[in-house]
Design a binder for this molecule. Structure first.
Ligand SMILES: [Zn+2]
Length: 621
């Protein structure tokens, strides 16, 4: 709570001064608990509760234009509504009665946050209409030329709003503690289909006009739009796949288990509350593995491995329908509440369907990755605490294995301490109690204590909440991870000089990844050539395997893999893959220039999220 206070005092006077308002101590105190350091909004005064969006999608100018109606709940009879915006051009603003043209003002641009859009309203104002258009450089939106798509005939666009990029395509209150419902009308060129994080139609509309309705309250980072040459294939009563038509067959084979996943998730933690669950497979420049946009997960095509070995991504995004979309982190400092719970939930879905040995593989790989990341960050780094402090920073800095994997292992620690049955019924109640709300880490810990730990000294000692949440590094009571399946890879890696002796018949992607990670750091080129000849790594179509293999190639100056690596970096924009490759290329004196040359070529095809990360890496070199 202290961190909130510090920020509140810094931010509010700035807003108050600019508006010439009187900000009493009492007002300050009232605002504190709801101040989000990554938003200008003051929801304790006036909060947006519903949006009606009306936008035209123009692929020629790369601009969205139109208006948004914001329904406002004026809690404190205030005379101003504060919204977030970034690179938006505000054309005009109207209040309920359209003759009312209120004053509005865009504040100074602040790094990462953009500008506050402050609109004069009256205590009676119910609706504010903002006419605006986006910038062609809007950070949330990626515009793809036809040649950047699979079909190569039509352009494609999609948004990625998390964490605070929604404000670059809609003027709104861009804070995860603020939830609203929305309707939208989107006009796009005929022949193209528009989809949103809402109820979607599965058919193409000849006139290019689509209507959407999201009747459940969501935070702004779950606002999403995609437009392109998209087809649909049903995978059962309540779920299906959208993708470019040429990808539909492959994608629906890969994700055929989706219906079972939904059923397993419901058996674990209660009813799925969002109507349909569909997945949209995007072109390869999508910067993340998946994005849990409600009703419609956005997913990278890099999980389509042809053997269903990477489908845990769907379990993860589906799990977000409870952890994240239903119960949401109140600020980005509480990000682990979204991701730690989701990784835990994902593992439980996968265990139900594929069994414990499979999940042990996931756990072991993820745990090793986290340990590596912690050692790179330094185990005394404040960013290794579950509760983060992202003041003055891009909230995207919080997207590390700490929120995801350390968060998950904290929950596994609690499960081990109280037993699975008790833990499951706690979680079920947790999702029910906080459904459609946003909560802080502290609110969760209070709930954990009242409902589960109940001042039981023995439990307190075996869980050690503070060590996990507020201390750096990994606590001593972190559960051990072992995988009998991955032992096979460890044994095989010892035989790397004799690949012909290695039996890889029943190996999945996970076995291969662990095999590569267990190889010696330094390997002679001729030995890499032998491995490559035996296992066809350089020619692999599996993005996970390629990413690991190319890293080994760079560290060992194995040049025969470089051409394939260049093609990979120029076609895949998922940050998880390109970031380590540029990192290794920059760290090796022999490949630093190659890194710069490839990046110059690949950069125009990356989303802003990926560009921001790699730009920073290039600057530091
Ligand atoms: Zn997630």
């Amino acid at each position: 709570m202290k961190r909130f206070l510090k920020i509140g005092i810094k931010q509010i006077p700035v807003l108050a001064l600019f508006l010439g308002l009187n900000c009493s101590d009492k007002d300050l105190k009232n605002n504190m608990s709801e101040i989000d350091k990554h938003s200008f909004a003051i929801p304790s005064d006036a909060q947006v509760v519903h949006l009606d969006l009306n936008l035209k999608v123009d692929f020629i100018t790369k601009i969205l234009s139109g208006y948004v109606d914001l329904l406002v709940e004026n809690k404190s009879h205030t005379n101003q509504l504060v919204l977030d915006s970034r690179d938006l051009s505000i054309e005009k603003v109207e209040l309920d009665d359209k003759n009312q043209k209120p004053e509005f003002k865009l504040g100074d641009t602040i790094k990462y946050l953009g500008q506050a859009l402050t609109i004069k309203i009256t205590p009676e104002t119910k609706k504010v209409r903002v006419y605006y258009h986006t910038s062609p450089q809007a950070a949330a939106i990626q515009w793809l030329d036809a040649k950047q798509t699979l079909g190569k005939r039509y352009p494609f666009m999609f948004t990625q709003s998390q964490a605070i990029l929604a404000r670059s395509w809609v003027p709104l209150q861009d804070a995860p503690a603020i939830k609203f419902t929305y309707n939208a009308t989107i006009s796009c060129p005929p022949n193209l289909m528009a989809l949103m994080s809402a109820e979607n139609d599965t058919l193409l509309h000849a006139d290019g006009v689509y209507h959407f309705k999201q009747s459940k309250p969501i935070p702004s980072y779950l606002m999403a739009l995609a437009v392109g040459n998209i087809g649909f294939k049903s995978l059962g009563k309540n779920c299906g796949i959208y993708s470019e038509p040429d990808m539909l067959q492959k994608a629906s084979w890969e994700f055929a288990n989706m219906g079972r996943m939904i059923q397993s998730a419901e058996e674990l933690y209660g009813k799925y509350l969002w109507g349909r669950y569909d997945v949209l497979v995007l072109p390869p420049s999508f910067p993340f593995g998946g994005m849990e946009n409600p009703c419609l997960t956005f997913a990278t095509p890099t999980v389509i491995a042809g053997d269903r070995s990477l489908v845990s991504l769907v379990a993860h995004e589906l799990a977000h329908s409870w952890s994240g979309n239903l119960v949401t982190n109140a600020t980005w400092d509480d990000f682990w509440l979204n991701e730690g719970f989701t990784v835990y939930f994902e593992h439980r879905i996968m265990e139900k369907i594929y069994g414990k040995p499979y999940v042990d593989m996931l756990c072991k790989l993820e745990f090793d990755e986290m340990k590596k990341e912690i050692s790179e960050m330094g185990d005394t780094s404040a960013d290794t605490k579950l509760k983060l402090n992202l003041t003055g920073r891009d909230p995207d800095d919080g997207v590390t294995d700490i929120a995801y994997i350390k968060g998950c292992f904290f929950l596994k620690t609690i499960e081990n301490a109280v037993g699975r049955d008790q833990w499951d019924s706690f979680l079920k109640n947790y999702f029910k109690t906080f459904a459609f709300k946003s909560i802080t880490t502290e609110r969760f810990l209070t709930y954990l204590n009242t409902e589960l730990i109940k001042d039981n000294k023995h439990l307190q000692e075996s869980i050690r909440v503070d060590d996990w949440v507020y201390k750096t590094g990994l606590p001593k009571n972190c559960p051990k991870v072992e995988s009998s399946e991955l032992l096979k890879s460890e044994i095989a890696a010892k035989e790397y000089l004799h690949p012909e002796k290695i039996n890889t018949n029943d190996w999945t992607t996970h076995h291969w990844l662990h095999f590569m990670r267990c190889l010696p750091k330094k390997i002679r080129s001729e030995d890499l050539e032998k491995l490559d000849a035996a296992f066809k790594f350089t020619q692999s179509g599996n993005c996970e395997i390629l990413c690991d293999w190319f890293q080994i190639a760079i560290v060992n100056d194995y040049e025969p893999a470089y051409k394939a690596m260049e093609n990979y970096l120029c076609s895949v924009g998922r940050r998880k893959f390109v970031q380590p490759l540029y990192g290794k290329l920059l760290a090796n004196g022999n490949t630093r220039d190659l890194a710069k040359r490839i990046y110059t070529k690949a950069r125009p095809g990356y989303h802003t999220v990926t560009k921001a990360t790699i730009d920073q890496m290039m600057e530091n070199k």
